[in-house]
Design a protein around this ligand. Structure first.
Ligand SMILES: Cc1cc2nc3c(=O)[nH]c(=O)nc-3n(C[C@H](O)[C@H](O)[C@H](O)COP(=O)(O)O)c2cc1C
Length: 198
């Protein structure tokens, strides 16, 4: 094992302590506007090929969460008229557990130099950095998508444009109940040395 200096150990410990808290285990208070802007200040520090800033944020909080829940419930019924009431109720509640949900919208329009994939990766980094920054501010957070992220009616209701995609809904709040740690991949099993073909 590599011997680490104290400061290295502390920094890695912070990175290693990141874990999601399921949205239904989050409650109020969530970050207020100032706290959220501080979280976003860290979240926007992502690698960004061509400095395109290929992302934007939508805050869904308070009554807006319930309004979105009502749209989800209606759309859920429309997508599957045979859906049970409990399925529809689950959809209604999706955005109502955490006090604040940040939709990270990735810009995917035409670009002469930077492939859409790279811009989506940048938006994905933003989602991850948001999780880390929220946890650093003592909040819990979870990155969710679900059908709502891809459904045209919900996209339209959110004002997501044709050339944009929802990279994720980041649910942020106070932790009611910590999530148990899950097994993590073994990096040694994933690492190989590339060697040139003979
Ligand atoms: C792009 C993306 C979308 C996700 N969408 C969902 C989802 O819709 N539902 C879900 O239960 N988990 C989803 N997850 C997984 C959770 O964010 C999270 O990784 C999981 O709860 C495990 O927690 P961990 O972050 O501590 O590993 C998604 C993850 C990613 C990266």
């Amino acid at each position: 094992m590599t011997r680490l200096a104290n400061h290295q150990q502390q920094r890695l410990q912070t990175l290693d302590s990141r874990r999601s808290v399921p949205s239904r285990q989050l409650s109020g208070p969530g970050p207020n506007r100032d706290e959220l802007l501080r979280i976003l200040q860290s979240a926007v520090r992502v690698p960004d090929h061509g400095k395109r800033v290929p992302f934007r944020f939508l805050r869904i909080e308070g009554d807006a969460r319930h309004a979105l829940g009502a749209i989800l419930a209606r759309r859920s019924r429309e997508r599957d008229p045979t859906a049970s009431d409990s399925v529809v109720e689950k959809d209604r509640q999706r955005f109502t557990f955490a006090p604040v949900v940040i939709a990270v919208i990735a810009k995917q329009g035409p670009d002469e130099k930077i492939p859409a994939q790279e811009r989506l990766l940048t938006a994905g980094c933003v989602c991850f950095a948001l999780l880390q920054a929220a946890q650093a501010m003592d909040f819990g957070a979870q990155w969710l998508t679900g059908w709502a992220a891809y459904d045209p009616v919900i996209r339209d209701a959110l004002g997501v444009r044709e050339d944009e995609v929802v990279a994720g809904f980041i649910h942020i709040g106070t932790v009611l109940l910590e999530a148990p740690e899950r097994e993590r991949p073994d990096p040694a099993a994933l690492l190989a040395d590339w060697t040139p073909a003979a």
